[in-house]
Design a protein around this ligand. Structure first.
Ligand code: XIL
Length: 382
């Protein structure tokens, strides 16, 4: 029985590093089942993130910028080689698919689905219902609309069925409801909340989505669930209630937009408690931003920042690896040039949040993930 080089090295490294390993004890590494040899002529390198993650069954994803895919050769190659799951960063959002009421535009999203099939990747659908990036005919701010409550209900139902049916069978996980709670754990008073007179829209949307594509895994997705607190607690209660009502919800997405200015969250604890409700969990939009220069938005002001970033990346990946219900780990893009962070967090400026630099060369953050995956021989297989 031949073992890949990294399993061999794990046994030695575990002895050297002892408690520093996520999955302690060299015994776990040695006892790991033989890794399946990649099938003939893999289209991606054996040391790619996707190949290394396949040993535990974890999918490594990325958000994809539709303008770069297919036009930027280097960007396209990395997307195919490194990742086993893709998420549309924008092109499946409502404002993109139905900018004009009643006229659907699926082309860009369809291209991503075709790319994924060609490259043996799974697709995360993002997102059916959100208060942002709505078409202007419906709402410009997510909280007000010129439509009546009944019209709002009708257009949401139509939207969910149209989108779920269009992609039926092509989507692994759907972010059905995105960011329905604020940071205090209060339901956002969106146009949906107002039309339904409460959070009842959430159960309806999950039921419709399941009816339209019964095989898709349906997720609630939000940020800051990584930290135990009012928001994470509110979503926990929501999931419990939905389960009690037999609503088809299958997973909870932890966006994972982290910043070195805050402490590292008790992520694993939160993954575990949602998993204990019978949910799949996933890291869906990970990035780790830090303070950067206003005129060089991806250059940290503190040259030690990358060490903190490496640590956050590593710990969040290990938290996911340690929880069997955690089925995918998705950075929100891979190249700093295309990250949403510098444009959204600019007072003070933050950036440098991803794992490839502005030239699309891997950063130390990439190598940390690669190493953690290579050392994850003892992680539960999912
Ligand atoms: C962001 C995209 O990355 C940007 O390109 C876009 O301008 C705004 O939205 N939470 C989400 C994602 O669920 O859809 C957001 O994506 C980032 C925050």
């Amino acid at each position: 029985m031949r073992r890949p080089w990294f399993l061999l090295s794990v046994a030695g490294t575990a002895a050297l590093l002892g408690g520093q390993l996520a999955f302690t004890g060299s015994a776990t590494a040695v006892a790991a089942p033989p890794a399946a040899r990649p099938s003939a002529a893999p289209a991606y390198p054996a040391d790619s993130l996707r190949a290394l993650a396949a040993k535990t069954g974890l999918r490594i994803g990325t958000a994809v910028n539709a303008d770069e895919l297919g036009t930027n050769e280097k960007y396209t190659r990395i997307t195919a080689e490194q990742f086993s799951s893709v998420t549309a960063e924008n092109v499946m959002k409502w404002s993109e698919v139905e900018a004009v009421r009643g006229t659907y535009t699926w082309e860009k999203a369809d291209q991503l689905v075709a790319f994924a099939k060609k490259n043996r990747q799974l697709v995360r659908g993002h997102t059916l219902l959100w208060h942002n990036q709505l078409p202007a005919w419906l709402s410009t701010d997510g909280y007000t609309t010129t439509l009546s409550d009944d019209e709002v209900k009708a257009v949401l139902k139509k939207h969910v069925f149209a989108q779920m049916r269009h992609f039926k069978g092509d989507i692994w996980q759907w972010d059905v409801v995105n960011e329905a709670f604020d940071d205090n754990g209060q339901p956002r008073q969106t146009i949906w909340y107002k039309a339904w007179g409460g959070t009842g829209y959430i159960a309806d949307v999950f039921r419709w989505a399941h009816q339209a594509d019964p095989k898709a895994l349906l997720f609630y997705n939000d940020y800051n669930l990584e930290f135990t607190g009012p928001k994470s607690n509110a979503v926990y209660e929501l999931v419990k209630t939905l389960k009690a009502q037999r609503v088809p919800i299958h997973g909870v997405g932890f966006q994972g937009h982290l910043s070195t200015q805050y402490g590292y969250p008790d992520l694993q604890n939160n993954l575990e408690r949602f998993a204990a409700l019978g949910q799949k969990v996933a890291l869906t939009e990970v990035d780790v931003r830090t303070f950067t220069k206003p005129d060089a938005v991806n250059t940290p002001v503190n040259e030690l920042a990358s060490y903190a970033q490496e640590s956050y990346w590593s710990r969040s990946l290990k938290a996911c690896l340690a929880v069997r219900a955690c089925i995918s780990f998705t950075p929100w893009g891979f190249g700093d040039t295309y990250s949403w962070v510098p444009g959204w967090f600019d007072d003070p400026q933050e950036g440098a949040a991803l794992i490839y630099d502005e030239q699309l060369e891997p950063k130390s953050q990439y190598f940390v993930l690669q190493q953690d995956l290579a050392l994850a021989a003892g992680a539960p297989r999912r």
